[in-house]
Ligand binder design. Sequence first.
Ligand SMILES: Cc1ncc(COP(=O)(O)O)c(C=O)c1O
Length: 410
Amino acid sequence: MTSSIVGQLHETLAHLKSQQQYRHLPNLEHQGRYVVHNGHTLLNIASNDYLGLGSDNELQAEFFEQLAQLPAAQLPKMSATSSRLLTGNDIQLQALESEMQEWYQHAVCQQGMSASKSVLLLNSGYHANIGILPALTTLPVNTLILADKLVHASIIDGLRLSQSKLVSYRRYRHNDYEHLAKFIEQAGPTVKRIIIVTESVFSMDGDRADLPQLVKLKAKDARIELYVDEAHAIGVLGETGLGLAEETQTLADIDYLVGTFGKAFASVGAYIMCDDIVKQWLINYMRPLIFSTALPPINHAWTRFILAKMPTLSDQRNHLAQLSTRLSQAISQLQHTAPIQQNLSYKSPIVPYILGDNARTIAKAQQLQTAGFYALPIRPPTVPANTARIRLVMNAKLTSEDCERLIQQL
Ligand SMILES: Cc1ncc(COP(=O)(O)O)c(C=O)c1O
């Protein structure tokens, strides 16, 4: 690297620092629901471990005990050593795929509907979102993608990778379905396919998409397909934890139902639930699936272990809902954004405390850390300009007392 390039790197990073946008990797040690950071033990209110399964040592011990019963030859391997299309399509992975399929089928059945979907496992939510849309739009069909303004960076990257002469995309204002409907109206007859893309629970705002409303929109125009990312809802919402689509009884109407295992599942990986023909298409055209080593079988074994428990974790989901609702009521009072609402309905465990200004947000996060909470500032460009915030995240291992102590500090 020339000294001029090194100089430019330094200069740009110094600029980031001056804007209070410089990112660095924290040193952390996990201890149950706490983290040890710079020698201080802090209550973790920053992770996506919504059900607290990732910090549950007993659960992990139970998993290892189960493994210890197996003969060495049957122990799940520590690496897949190649892509699924070569030798990586291990039995653990195939079993997880069919158990996910059964989960979906069971939930749909419970809702009195009949719909069948296949499941395709992927290495991460990031892989899913950068790979699925470009693969879907490989068909030579004039396509318009309409995405919510606040979708996750991985979806934005997927949109960018989907652009071609025949594919264009627009962003509608966050959860503004009149704006979305206008884009649909404006799509002339040359547009043969419209893919609406949204998260079900938004990662930085914790609010929800109105899935039944989107399903109604879809019913009005045969060109519409729905792509919903449930990363922050899977495990958290729905009777059996299958997400907002389960809770709103829209499972059967969503064409591409995506979720991840790195959050409430306390594992790693992702999935898409879709028609079998779409699964076959993705196997043939989705580059992150074709050109990346599959996840280690040991990870799939752990995800299966969690999946077997997931439908039974309603108490944890209810406790999480109570804590989160209490916290969002307190925040809404603090921010005076809404009249004091004692009966705010539950949205999700993500409760943003929006302070706007970067310096103020950093100072508040620092104050919370000093008071014993591992709270982190989230700044632009991760969130829109002037909406810097502390992303407070509840998890099912926190107690009501923890939540009240936090509220006092806010
Ligand atoms: C909505 C959404 N989709 C996808 C991802 C990426 O998932 P993964 O961490 O499995 O790559 C994230 C990560 O935070 C997310 O918030």
